[in-house]
Structure formats: C-alpha cells, structure tokens
Ligand binder design. Structure first.
Ligand code: GCO
Ligand code: MG
Length: 402
C-alpha cells in the first residue's frame, strides 16, 4: 500500500496545532499530531522539507521499518523536533493500518485491558480557598483524580493557575511573558494546600501536583516528606531531570510517588530513571516520544520495574495525540492514569473525535483507526498565530526553569 501524498496542516483554533496527513494509493489516509508548543514551525519544516520527500512511494504498512529509517536514518538522533516529526508519521501509519484492518487501533495493539482510561483534571485557584473550590467542582463532575495547583502569596503569576476555571493555556501570543519565581515562598505555602484539601474533601480521590521542574533535589525531598500525610498519587517533575542521578537524593527522603518524563523524547531519556526505580510513573507521550511504536516500547520496559504510564495530556497535545494515546493506554498492562485538559470547542470541531468523558474516565468508540480526524476546511479558518510559553526568573533576575 504505497504512500502517494503527505502534507502538513497548521491551524490555530484557540492554540496552534501541527498535523500530518498521509495518503495512500488505496484512498486510505491517516493523521498524526506533530505539535511542539512554541516551536511549531520547526517540526512543520522538518516534516515538509526533510521527511515527506523520503516517504512518498514507501509501503505504508511497514511501520517499524519506516520508524527505524527515520530514526537511524536522520543520523542526528532524538531531540524534540526529530521525535515529534517521527511521532506524527508513526501515528498516521498506525491509523492507516487500523483502518485497513477495519478495527479500532486498540484491537491491533492487543485489545482492551480495561474499559476506560482514568483521567485527572486540573483544579487551580489564586489561593487555597479557590483551589479547594475548584477541586470540589472537578469531583462533582465525576473525576476520580484531580491535580491541584495554587497561587503562592508574594508571587504574582505562577504555573498552573489560570484565569478560566476549566481551561488553562500557558502559551501566549507575542514574545515570551516573564514571570518571577521563589522556591522558598512556594515551599512555605504548598503543604497547607494539601492539608486543607484533604481536611475538606477527604481521601477518597487521587490527588496530584506538578512542581514543573522548579526545585533542587534536597528541596524536593523536603516537599515530598512534608506532604506524605496527604497521600499524593504523584508529585510531578520535582526537579529538572537532566541529571537523573540526583533523583536518588529525593528517593532517600520521601516515599511520595514521583512522575517524570513529559519533555523526554526517547526510551534512552527514560532508562536511568526506570531501571533504578527512581520514578513511579512515566509521563512520555505519543507526540513527543516517537509515536505509538516507541511509546509502547517505553511502556513495556517500564513494566519490568513496576513503573506505570501517566501520559502527558495538556492542551498543546492535540486531540489526535490524545485519541492515539487512549488506544495505547487501553491496551497495555501497566497503564496508570492519563492527564486530561479539555480542548476548546473550536479545537474539538476542527478535530472530530471518537472519545468521550464519563464518570472520571475517557472511553473510546469503535471507529476504525485511532478515531480522530482533521476537518481541513474548518482548520483553514484559524491561521497560525505565533505564541510562546512563559519564561521564569528568580526575584533577583536570575533565569530559572519555567
Ligand atoms: C502538564 C504540563 C503542561 C506543560 C505544557 C507545555 O503537566 O500538563 O506540565 O502544562 O506546561 O504542556 O507546553
Ligand atoms: Mg507537567
């Protein structure tokens, strides 16, 4: 089944998305997400200028071979741009294979291991009161797991706290916004957030929190220890994970479960953390870590070490990525939880999809393929609009991690 055509679509129905569509001689087509927040055009060019010319004429059924061709064949292996491009191709090819088999993708991956995918929603507020109210709202909507973030006294803006109660979009039009960060202020404040949440809302739901790469290992150890009584499902990205040995220090001080990996791109980025039991959940996802082919490899490797998946699912991962991710997570044995930030109405219209939320979980229909499509006519109404994620500085002006 020859690939006859492939093209990149860039659209901005509220935020920017890059999508690859691959067409075959049989008339079947597949789509894959290639969105890399704030660096969208780099992946679009990588695909259009360097990958698509090598795809035309290849057999769309040889997914593994095409994956290896693009990974090994690039010579410059790995990295977010290359791996997002490979992910898009891989996801589109799995979509085609499942459509050709007239099956929902999860069937090709081994069939359902569970009925639905437990998801966590994002509750946040400017202070503890608002965050508590937001968490309560999510519970009333049926969520079994809620990530809670809160504003910190003395810091004007902070990661994870939005103006809108149900939607959060950190990328903004124009040049990157500069924010100010203080780990001391954050650490003074945050244990009281979880104490209040558990006091008011109880222990019958999973509580999660994202530190967003901001602490040092010893600070993260302190925080993990301080929040142990509130039994977090996970503490995410407590430190930047380039120096993975430093996670040992956190582990020496706390049993609070850790989740890392949303910015990882290959199994090699995950290897040290997984094989040394330094994390409990691996956050890599389809679009930034090599598609279904590679994520399945990561999940299998993780399963040897009791590490479960906790795939990234922020709004900058398009419905195409979310849909494909749900299929994989439905099939694998070591699924943990999935992030779910609702997309805007405009985004949902541009990407008609076959998943739905019910009672704290996402469920899939039985459309052949991964069940997400791209409405190119609607997409054309929303031209690309450059946007950036914010950057962070400490109070004295030093650059920090956002
Ligand atoms: C999360 C993430 C996101 C990222 C975003 C960057 O856990 O949901 O940390 O909110 O900041 O995906 O593009
Ligand atoms: Mg995160």
């Amino acid at each position: 089944m020859k690939i006859t055509n492939a093209r990149v679509n860039i659209t901005c129905p509220g935020r920017n998305f890059v999508t690859l569509k691959i067409e075959t001689e049989k008339g079947l087509y597949g789509i894959g997400d290639a969105t890399l927040n704030g660096r969208e055009l780099a992946v679009a060019s990588y695909l259009s200028d360097h990958v698509i010319p090598c795809l035309i004429g290849r057999d769309a059924q040889r997914i593994e071979d095409i994956w290896q061709y693009l990974y090994r064949g690039s010579y410059w292996r790995g990295g977010p741009v290359t791996m997002s491009a490979i992910s898009a191709v891989d996801t589109a090819l799995w979509d085609i294979k499942a459509k050709a088999a007239n099956m929902p993708l999860y069937q090709l991956l081994g069939g359902k291991s569970r009925d639905g995918i437990m998801v966590y929603g994002h509750a946040n507020g400017r202070d503890i009161e608002e965050s508590c109210a937001a968490a309560e709202k999510f519970l009333s909507l049926g969520y079994k797991a809620v990530r809670v973030q809160s504003g910190v006294p003395g810091l004007e803006t902070i990661y994870g706290v939005s103006k809108d109660k149900m939607f959060y979009e950190p990328a903004t039009k124009g040049l990157p916004v500069e924010q100010v960060w203080s780990s001391a202020k954050y650490l003074n404040h945050i244990p009281a957030l979880f104490e209040t949440i558990r006091e008011r809302l109880g222990y019958e739901f999973h509580l999660l929190h994202d530190v967003h790469h901001r602490l040092t290992p010893i600070e993260a150890g302190q925080l993990g220890k301080a929040v142990e009584p509130y039994r977090l499902f996970w503490l995410e990205d407590p430190v930047p994970a380039e120096n993975q040995e430093s996670l040992r220090l956190i582990r020496q001080h706390t049993t609070t479960p850790l989740a890392i990996g949303e910015i990882f791109n290959t199994i090699w980025d995950c290897k040290t953390l997984i094989e040394n039991h330094l994390i409990d959940y691996i956050r890599t996802t389809i679009v930034h870590a090599g598609g279904i082919t590679h994520l399945r490899r990561i999940a299998d490797f993780a399963s040897l070490y009791h590490v479960r998946t906790g795939c990234h699912g922020a709004t900058d991962l398009s419905p195409v990525c979310l849909g494909a991710s749900l299929h994989l997570n439905l099939a694998i044995p070591n699924f943990g939880i999935h992030e779910y930030m609702r997309h805007t109405k405009e985004t949902d219209e541009v990407f008609p999809h076959d998943y739905y939320f019910e009672n704290g979980a996402l469920y899939l229909g039985d459309k052949p393929g991964h069940g997400v499509d791209l409405d190119e006519e609607k997409a054309a109404h929303y031209p690309y609009n450059p946007a950036y994620l914010p950057v962070n500085r400490l109070e004295d002006g030093t650059m920090w991690n956002w």
